[in-house]
Design a protein around this ligand. Structure first.
Ligand SMILES: Cc1ncc(COP(=O)(O)O)c(C=O)c1O
Length: 463
């Protein structure tokens, strides 16, 4: 059974190893002891066994179903075959031998699709974000970022020589304004356009599923910095393929191409390929080539990698993925409607067992993201994860430090391949769990643990 493999691996990894390593070389013992600190919280990050397609998929990044249906593979094989006798490797960095015609041609095509001056293909979205932050802010400049930004942003910030590194409250226009005002007041360089500010946001936040108020942010920045020294970097990882015309992303959905200096798109998710794309003008591209060691001290992407990206973009550009884009919108709305209509919803909310922040005002939203977090009481996300797994559903529990303390959740990711029947099963399974938790609560037993968690503990923690 899938859930047995999954729970054994996740829970088995939490068993302390330091105590059994007294005679091992100190180098390894110290590493295990440092991980034991995390294991004590049952929070060691582990690899997971892959599950079969028969498990209800509420996790994968195959949002448009291009991977599971084989469409991206077919397109990729066609694309690769059209390359004839290609040389597989780039055989060098792009500042040396690796800057080959096919790579440049695909970049031009991708730039045109995104209505950008240039596109740069990086090995991954993570590296693309890191490279921009490494190269673009100059000494004395500032980086201002949304506090819920992806790890690639914080890694990039560590590489940066910027003098000021300040976060603002998640998606808050007021907080962004305050942070920018404090920079402008502290240093006249920002007021007079002698120092730059790079504002980092994401179109869809990967753990919260909410969408950036980009229009309002752009307005604030333009008003406060008329010299144009404050510009945006937007990570479109979760809107690539999912939002906007033919999946071109949030910036194009809002018609803000001219206002956003740098966009990072990710090919490893909806596109079903691999790699990151940096959209920017020629100045930013030259600065990346000059200063982003994370891009240029590395071999250029190989032909198969570029072909996989082109295959994904061909599917978007041809309009073939629009049906799937629409299917995601439909299934997310169906989930929200079904959950809110379920009789358990009110009591689950009142008792703090269920909360879906995105459910508030959902009917007024023009478009939805495919990520819908389902919050529960602190620590209960693990119980719910086990309960879903035993019902043949995969949706991971997300806890601190990935999300702020006290905001543990089950992260539901919806896809074009999710059906209404599956959503009905999901909602009923969540409702059954809430009912069980309420019964345990009413029984008055302080140490009572729900059924799925009891089974899980008996499987994993004693090994
Ligand atoms: C918001 C965000 N940015 C960047 C990335 C990194 O993308 P890639 O998988 O191409 O490295 C991810 C992937 O998890 C992401 O969620």
């Amino acid at each position: 059974m899938y859930y047995e493999d999954m729970l054994k691996e996740v829970l088995g990894a939490q068993v302390l190893r330091g105590p059994n390593m007294k005679n091992a070389p100190a180098f390894y013992r110290r590493l295990e002891q440092s991980m034991d600190v995390v294991r004590e919280r049952h929070a060691l990050n582990t690899t997971k066994p892959r599950w079969p397609d028969s498990v209800l998929d509420l996790t994968t990044s195959d949002f448009l179903s291009l991977n599971r249906t084989g469409r991206i593979r077919e397109e990729f094989q066609r694309e690769l075959a059209s390359r004839g006798e290609f040389r597989l490797s780039a055989s060098g960095s792009r500042t040396q031998y690796g800057n080959y015609d096919y790579l440049l041609e695909v970049e031009r095509e991708v730039a045109a699709f995104h209505r950008a001056e240039t596109a740069w293909i990086a090995h991954s979205g993570l590296l693309a974000n890191m490279a921009v932050l490494e190269a673009i802010p100059l000494p004395g400049d500032a980086i201002v970022w949304d506090e819920l930004s992806h790890a690639s942003t914080s890694l990039g910030i560590k590489l940066s020589v910027a003098a000021h590194k300040v976060s603002f409250q998640h998606n808050s226009v007021d907080s962004l304004r305050e942070v920018l005002a404090s920079l402008r007041d502290a240093d006249p360089g920002f007021r007079f356009g002698e120092k730059n500010i790079l504002v980092c946001v994401e179109s869809v936040y990967s753990m919260d599923g909410d969408i950036c108020p980009l229009r309002e942010f752009v307005q604030v920045v333009k008003e406060m910095f008329p010299a144009g020294n404050a510009q945006f970097l937007i990570d479109e990882a979760h809107s690539s393929g999912v939002l906007g015309p033919k999946g071109a992303g949030l910036v194009q959905l809002l018609g803000l191409e001219k206002e956003i200096a740098i966009r990072v798109h990710v090919c490893s998710k909806a596109l079903g390929a691999t790699g990151g794309v940096i959209l920017c003008n020629r100045t930013v591209r030259s600065a990346l080539v000059n200063s982003a060691r994370s891009l240029t001290y590395s071999g250029a992407p190989s032909v198969p990698m570029v072909a996989s990206i082109r295959a994904g973009y061909q599917l978007l550009m041809s309009g073939e993925t629009q049906k799937e884009q629409a299917a995601i919108q439909t299934i997310v709305k169906y989930f929200l409607q079904t959950l809110l209509d379920h009789p358990i919803w009110g009591e689950g909310m009142d008792e703090g067992l269920l909360d879906v922040p995105l459910a508030e005002g959902w009917e007024d939203r023009a478009f939805h993201s495919h990520i819908v977090p389902l919050r529960t009481r602190n620590g209960h996300e693990h119980y719910l994860f086990a309960h879903l797994a035993m019902s043949n559903m995969n949706a991971y529990a997300i806890s601190y430090p990935i999300v702020p303390k006290g905001t543990g959740r089950i992260r539901l990711v919806f896809h074009a391949h999710n059906t209404e029947k599956e959503v009905d099963q999901l909602v009923q399974t969540v409702a059954d769990w809430v009912t069980e938790m309420l019964e345990l609560q009413r029984s008055g037993s302080k140490h009572a643990v729900p059924r799925a968690a009891r089974v899980a503990y008996s499987m994993g923690l004693s090994s």
